[in-house]
Design a binder for this molecule. Structure first.
Ligand code: C2E
Ligand code: MG
Ligand code: MG
Ligand code: MG
Length: 288
């Protein structure tokens, strides 16, 4: 009985894993339709240079424009897509759509920006990924070394094939980043063994910064280490000016979060190209 209740409770938190068979079946059918009929969308969230306040790049985040349920965040469908083995198809679509959108902005306007795309563990291990990603970039006039694939710690730790997959991607000129660094399996050995170009410090550290000296120490240590070994480091989930300041004080050069902008549709992201700097929105007296 206790076990049953426990399961019942988890429904609220992980709907896509434990939904009833019928609901699950219809979600699966709808998801397959979404992929086939172009109901997926990409939204872009800016990554900001914390010293200058200038735009440094965008992260592309998938959405599902469901005709009935509206715009759905990944939480509502990616776990099921992973379970069904459909996530690599979604990731390929996202890669193409992201490059295509940015390609329409005109090469000169955005040549300085990095473009980050998330990569599920299943996608990462596909042999065809490197070639696909490079051709998606090149077809859109984007140099492949501006394309950053965000990988999970788990993919890097759990698979023996990780080193080979990383090499393949690097040989195609792509950049690689560890997403949500510190949230799970990270170890320094990982950084030593596996060649990546960037890290994203998990949002949980940023949300603790104001109240936790330990979180501040960790963000500082990771930022120092990253600088020392030549990795680009971005702090995720900056929601307040106080967090922005704490992240900057800890020496982290790049940041992302609702404080700057939520993920927005591509047209709105394109408008950010002409916005000179975010410093204009920072409180008076705090400009650097
Ligand atoms: P992520 O890659 O770590 O992306 C950051 C997530 O944090 C995004 O959620 C973003 O909207 C959210 N976020 C950004 N700034 C803030 C903030 O200041 N506060 C808070 N509370 N949240 C913030 P989103 O778009 O719902 O995506 C969730 C996760 O889904 C992503 O986490 C990523 O792991 C996965 N995902 C998204 N798009 C794709 C995709 O195209 N392919 C794959 N495989 N996974 C994706
Ligand atoms: Mg990411
Ligand atoms: Mg992340
Ligand atoms: Mg995250």
């Amino acid at each position: 009985e206790a076990k049953r209740q426990g399961r019942g409770r988890s429904v609220a938190f992980e709907p896509s894993f434990h939904i009833q068979a019928a609901a699950r079946f219809s979600l699966e059918r709808d998801l397959r339709r979404a992929i086939a009929e172009d109901e997926l969308r990409v939204h872009f969230q800016p990554i900001v240079d914390l010293a200058s306040g200038e735009l440094a790049g965008f992260e592309s985040l998938v959405r599902w424009q469901d005709p009935v349920r509206g715009l759905l965040a990944p939480f509502h469908f990616l776990p099921l897509a992973e379970e069904l083995g459909l996530v690599a198809e979604i990731d390929s679509w996202v890669l193409d759509a992201t490059c295509r959108e940015i390609g329409t902005w005109g090469a000169d306007s955005n040549a300085f920006l990095t473009i980050s795309v998330n990569c599920s563990d299943q996608t990462f291990l596909r042999e065809s990924l490197a070639e696909r990603a490079r051709s998606a970039a090149e077809a859109a006039g984007i140099s492949p070394d501006r394309l950053v694939l965000e990988l999970t710690e788990r993919a890097l730790v759990e698979s023996n094939a990780a080193a080979g997959a990383l090499d393949r991607l690097r040989n195609h000129g792509l950049k690689l980043s560890i997403d949500d660094f510190g949230s799970g399996y990270s170890s320094l050995g990982l950084l030593h063994r596996l060649p990546v170009d960037a890290l994203k410090i998990d949002r949980s550290f940023v949300s603790d910064l104001e109240n936790s000296a330990q979180a501040r120490a960790i963000v500082r240590a990771v930022s120092d280490l990253a600088k020392e070994i030549g990795l680009r480091v971005t702090a995720e989930g900056i929601e307040t000016f106080a967090q922005l300041q704490a992240v900057r004080d800890a020496g982290c050069p790049l940041g992302q979060g609702y404080y700057f902008s939520r993920p927005v549709p591509p047209e709105a992201a394109a408008r950010m190209l002409s916005q000179p700097t975010w410093q204009a929105h920072w409180p008076p007296g705090t400009r650097v």
